[in-house]
Design a protein around this ligand. Structure first.
Ligand SMILES: [Zn+2]
Length: 188
């Protein structure tokens, strides 16, 4: 896998999200934030995550969706249970995935991070195919940004977010990632 000059990974299925804008000038990519998502929670393989990121979720389709109505969110990438990779925003642009967040004293992690969603929940192990695709993607990201660090959404928004959750196995993320994570959370 590699990321082209426009910031798109090859091969990824590109579905553009309108919930994207430019990074602030001077804000490079310093961090990858790992998330999980499923819509409805615990249901896999549907199209509602894509609809949410496109601003087209039917808020009446499920009782849980009322809370998502009008939410303008996105991520750069979604890795489905099958390992399929979908990209919603160029890595050079700012996707809206971390919300109120901070990392090593820097606020607004969206400004300087790439957001990767794994289709899943906090309660269920992730698939082998997802780890394989995640590691391939992280390798491609490091070709452009060799010093990029890695954190979970729960690391940058503690108390507010729990993903990727206790079932995400950080030891299965390629070496550089686990090293950086230890430097982020020395008390682990
Ligand atoms: Zn998240």
């Amino acid at each position: 896998m590699h990321i082209d000059g426009h910031g798109f990974a090859s091969p990824a299925r590109v579905i553009a999200s309108p919930h994207v804008d430019r990074r602030p000038s001077g804000a490079g990519v310093r961090l990858v934030v790992i998330h999980n998502i499923s819509l409805p929670a615990g249901h896999f393989g549907g199209t509602d995550i894509i609809r949410l990121f496109q601003g087209q979720l039917d808020c009446n389709a499920h009782p849980d969706y009322a809370a998502l109505c009008g939410l303008r969110v996105s991520a750069h990438f979604l890795i489905r249970r099958s390992g399929e990779l979908i990209q919603f925003a160029s890595c050079h642009d700012r996707a809206w995935h971390s919300g109120v967040s901070s990392w090593q004293g820097w606020q607004k992690c969206n400004d300087f991070s790439i957001g990767i969603e794994l289709e899943g929940t906090d309660q269920l192990a992730f698939e082998d195919a997802q780890y394989q695709q995640l590691n391939a993607l992280l390798d491609a990201i490091r070709q452009l940004w060799p010093d990029v660090a890695l954190a979970g959404h729960s690391d940058v928004a503690p108390g507010r977010k729990t993903d990727p959750g206790p079932c995400f196995d950080w030891t299965r993320v390629s070496q550089a990632g686990s090293r950086f994570r230890q430097s982020v959370m020395p008390s682990d």
